[in-house]
Each structure stands twice: as structure tokens, then as C-alpha cells.
Write a protein of this length. Structure first.
Length: 104
């Protein structure tokens, strides 16, 4: 349902137990979500012990964290990068994070 809101709405209001946890355009809401993900296609082996791996498969890995730090570590670890792209968080991922933050 949230992916449909992402496609159709100009502005979004996220509620948790009747209280607003986020409001704005998708760009505004995503800008507040600091944890980004990067998908890296690589050759050879990948030193997964040095990264927060979210998903992986043959020749690719999805990493979470600050993009600049991830890229610096990839260079430091001499990973042979074929391609990479930044993955924007979905509205559902943002909502779940906001709900978790409200519980503490």
C-alpha cells in the first residue's frame, strides 16, 4: 500500500498510533532518512566482514551505511568494482524505522 502512495501522492503523512511521525513530499521525507544503501557489482571476492551487508548474490552486494564511508572502505579493501548505484529507501522502510524510533 505504501508503494502506491509513493507513486501517486505529492505529500505524505505517516502516522503511528495517531501521532504524526513524518510529513512532506517524498523527497523531503527521504532526505531525513540518513541511512542510505548502495548496491555494488564487483569482480573477484568481497570482504563482507568489513561492511554491513543487507543482501548479496553472485557478483553483487547491497550495503547499508553512509555512502562516503562505504566508498572509502571499498577503495581501502581494494574491491574490484564493476558498477554501483545508490538505492533510495522505500516509504515502507522509512515508516518502519520511524515506528521503531517512537518505541524508545
Amino acid at each position: 500500500m505504501l508503494n502506491l502512495a509513493e507513486e501517486l501522492c505529492d505529500k505524505v503523512l505517516l502516522l503511528n498510533k495517531g501521532k504524526a511521525v513524518a510529513y512532506g513530499s517524498m523527497d523531503e521525507i527521504k532526505a531525513e532518512f540518513t541511512e542510505k544503501r548502495i548496491i555494488v557489482e564487483y569482480k573477484g571476492s568481497f570482504p563482507s566482514h568489513s561492511f554491513e551487508v543487507v543482501d548479496s548474490g553472485k557478483g553483487y552486494v547491497e550495503l547499508a551505511g553512509e555512502i562516503e564511508e562505504i566508498m572509502a572502505r571499498l577503495i581501502e579493501e581494494r574491491v574490484r568494482i564493476r558498477a554501483f548505484r545508490i538505492k533510495e529507501p522505500s516509504l515502507e522502510e522509512i515508516f518502519l524505522k520511524k515506528v521503531r524510533e517512537c518505541q524508545f
